[in-house]
Design a protein around this ligand. Structure first.
Ligand SMILES: NC(=O)c1ccc[n+]([C@@H]2O[C@H](COP(=O)([O-])OP(=O)(O)OC[C@H]3O[C@@H](n4cnc5c(N)ncnc54)[C@H](O)[C@@H]3O)[C@@H](O)[C@H]2O)c1
Length: 246
C-alpha cells in the first residue's frame, strides 16, 4: 500500500521543512523525486534530484519542466510568510508573498499540466494553510495567498477531472520547521522560546505538527489509494479549526 514505485514527482521548496519531509518519504516509497528550490543545501541527499529554480520565474520553471516526458505528481509546497495586518503590509510585502505563494504555484502548475494531460494521469497537491479558512491574526497577505491556493485547488480539480488529473490541498496548522524558527528569530528576537510555546498552544492538541505527519497525509493523497479524492482541502491542524473557541 502507498507505493510510489515508478512514479516521478516534482516538489517545490523541497530543500527544507515540510517539502523536505515529503521528498524523503516519497523517495522511500519508490518515487523518483525532483526538487525545485532556490538554493541547493550543502547536505542535500544524492538520491534526490535538485533543480535550482526560483518558482516565480517562468523561464526557469519552463526550462526544467519541459525536460520531463512523464510526470505523476506535483507538490506545490514552496511558500513564504509575512507578519502584519493590512496597514503594516507594504506593497512590496504584498507582492513578494503573493508572487511566491500564488504566482509561483500558478507557474509550476501551468507548466506541469501539459505533461500530465498527455499521459492522462497526474496528481497535484497544494500546500495551503489553516490561514486560508481561519484568517490568522496579523498574517494578512499570507492568509490572502493561502485562500487563493485553496480556491486554485478547486478550480484545477474541476477543469482537469476529465483528464485524469486529481488536485487537492493540505491545510496544516503550525508545523515545526525552519519557516517557524526563522520567523520567530526575525519577529520576536530574544523571546523565541516563549513565543514558540505560545504558538504550540494555539493547537488544541497542545503542540505543533512534525513535518513527517504532514508528509504522511501528502503520501496518501498522492498515492493511487486516494484515486477517488479530488477537489478537497484537508486540514491537519491538531483541532485548530474545529475545537478552538469551544
Ligand atoms: N511551517 C508551518 O507552520 C506551516 C503551516 C501551514 C502551511 N505551511 C506551508 O507549508 C509550505 C512549506 O513551509 P515550511 O514551513 O516547510 O517552510 P520552509 O521555509 O522550511 O521551506 C520553504 C522552502 O521553499 C523554498 N522557496 C521559497 N521561495 C521559493 C521560490 N521563490 N522558489 C523556489 N523555492 C522557494 C525555500 O527555499 C525553502 O526551501 C509553505 O507553503 C508554507 O506556507 C507551513
Amino acid at each position: 500500500m502507498f507505493s510510489l514505485s515508478g512514479k516521478i514527482a516534482i516538489i517545490t521548496g523541497g530543500a527544507s521543512g515540510i517539502g523536505k519531509a515529503i521528498a524523503e518519504l516519497f523517495h522511500q516509497q519508490g518515487a523518483s523525486v525532483h526538487i525545485l528550490d532556490i538554493q541547493k543545501p550543502e547536505d542535500f541527499p544524492v538520491y534526490l534530484t535538485f533543480h535550482t529554480v526560483n518558482i516565480t520565474d517562468s523561464v526557469q520553471v519552463q526550462s526544467v519542466v519541459t525536460t520531463f516526458t512523464s510526470l505523476d505528481i506535483l507538490v506545490n509546497n514552496a511558500g513564504i510568510a509575512h507578519v502584519g495586518d493590512i496597514e503594516t503590509t507594504s506593497i512590496e510585502d504584498f507582492n513578494r508573498v503573493m508572487n511566491v505563494n500564488v504566482f509561483g504555484t500558478f507557474l509550476c502548475t501551468q507548466a506541469c499540466i501539459p505533461v500530465m494531460k498527455k499521459n492522462k494521469k497526474g496528481v497535484i497537491l497544494n500546500i495551503a494553510s489553516i490561514a486560508a479558512s481561519a484568517g490568522l491574526e496579523k498574517r494578512f497577505v499570507y492568509s490572502t495567498s493561502k485562500g487563493a491556493i485553496k480556491s486554485m485547488t478547486l478550480s484545477i480539480a474541476k477543469d482537469y477531472v476529465k483528464e485524469g488529473i486529481r488536485c487537492n490541498s493540505i491545510s496544516p496548522a503550525r508545523v515545526h520547521t525552519p519557516f517557524v524558527d526563522g520567523f520567530l528569530a526575525r519577529f520576536f528576537p530574544g523571546k523565541e522560546k516563549e513565543k514558540f510555546e505560545q504558538l504550540a498552544q494555539t493547537q488544541p492538541i497542545g503542540r505543533m505538527a512534525q513535518t513527517n505527519e504532514i508528509a504522511l497525509l501528502a503520501l496518501y493523497l498522492c498515492s493511487d489509494e486516494a484515486g477517488f479524492i479530488t477537489g478537497t482541502d484537508y486540514p491537519i491542524d491538531g483541532g485548530f479549526l474545529t475545537l478552538n473557541g469551544q
